[in-house]
Ligand binder design. Structure first.
Ligand code: BTN
Length: 332
């Protein structure tokens, strides 16, 4: 695990090499300047290389920084971060069971508002409604702890607000038109490109905190994923950002999402939830169509009418209007 608040020795070596990228620096020079042993220099360089940085070495000349990693390491994220509070504290894992579980555990301990937990791969990723979430290398899997300042009545808008933030980020960075599928799937050409999960902790009519889990199919093998998922519920095809566009930049998308998320959460604090609902509603094609909603009370069929101001989906059924907060929607 790496965090944004330790690994001081490794960062000393990395930052020095990077800021002198046109020069070769010997192990002895690095040791003298950075005041760490030669063995420590060597160990740090080995670790830095294993993280995906390219460091060239030449006999008698030393080490030279060639290129950075594309991994979302905490210090790389921090370099580009433009948010007010999200992402100031980051936990990074090469592999974890679930970033969501780790973040939920953290949320109970300290004041961790805005903390991000990110992993290259999850071995026990969780999806909505107790489903498994397949999370191989190449995806963007992370969870964010938020201690919101808005009222509890806004809790049901969080999934809509978060998925709107991701739509805006993808559109700004990748210039791809994305849609939403209620409540918070993100789709491109009708296939799922990202999903979200919200776990809220509510105490005495207050949202103590919520953990937003985000899974983006960034650069994954979609046909392999479709084979694995095709018999599951809520399967309607999988796509990835890389499949649509080969010049995709994980770091840019991630940072933009954090900015957009702060913005929509700020709107909730300022009681502008109708704006969020309106913008979200403009990105779905389900209104006035026949839909079947898979809920915990069984399947509800009818016509999708709107999202009301508490975030509920209104379905006109034969026996009247139904307000639905939890479920999966399917057209037809
Ligand atoms: C869904 O569409 O069912 C929601 C998927 C949410 C997946 C993300 S990946 C990061 C975080 N950790 C988890 O275990 N799940 C969420």
């Amino acid at each position: 695990m790496f965090t944004s608040f330790d690994n001081i020795g490794l960062l000393k070596v990395l930052n020095f090499l990077e800021s002198h990228e046109s020069e070769y620096l010997s192990g002895q020079d690095l040791s003298d300047i950075l005041k760490i042993s030669r063995v420590a220099v060597w160990k740090h360089i080995k670790k830095i290389r294993s993280l995906g940085y390219v460091i060239e070495s030449k006999q008698k000349r030393g080490y030279k920084f060639v290129s950075a990693t594309d991994k979302l390491l905490p210090w790389e994220i921090s370099k580009n971060l433009e948010t007010k509070f999200i992402g100031k504290r980051i936990y990074y894992f090469d592999e974890i069971n679930s970033t969501q579980n780790f973040a939920l555990e953290l949320a109970t301990k300290n004041n961790e508002n805005g903390t991000v937990v990110i992993a290259e791969k999850q071995v026990d990723g969780r999806g909505r409604l107790k489903r498994k979430w397949y999370s191989p290398d190449g995806g963007l899997w992370f969870s964010i702890i938020i201690k919101p300042e808005f009222e509890i009545s806004n809790a049901t808008i969080i999934p809509l607000a978060s998925s709107l933030a991701l739509c805006l980020a993808i559109e700004k960075i990748h210039k791809i038109k994305v849609n939403v599928k209620w409540p918070n799937d993100i789709t491109i050409d009708g296939k799922k490109v990202a999903g979200m999960l919200v776990d809220a902790s509510i105490q005495a009519n207050n949202i103590e905190n919520f953990v937003l889990g985000v899974g983006i199919n960034f650069k994954i093998n979609t046909s392999q994923m479709e084979k694995i998922l095709k018999n599951g519920s809520n399967f309607y095809g999988v796509t990835s950002l890389f499949k649509i566009q080969d010049k995709v930049n994980k770091m840019k998308l991630f940072n933009q999402f954090l900015i957009e998320l702060e913005y929509v959460l700020d709107n909730l604090t300022k009681r502008k939830k109708n704006e969020i609902i309106k913008k979200w509603s403009n990105r779905t094609d389900m209104f006035e169509k026949r839909v079947k909603i898979n809920t915990n009370k069984g399947i509800i069929s009818g016509h999708a009418k709107k999202i009301d101001d508490e975030g509920a989906l209104i379905i006109k059924t034969k026996s009247g209007n139904e307000r639905i907060f939890v479920g999966d929607v399917n057209l037809g």
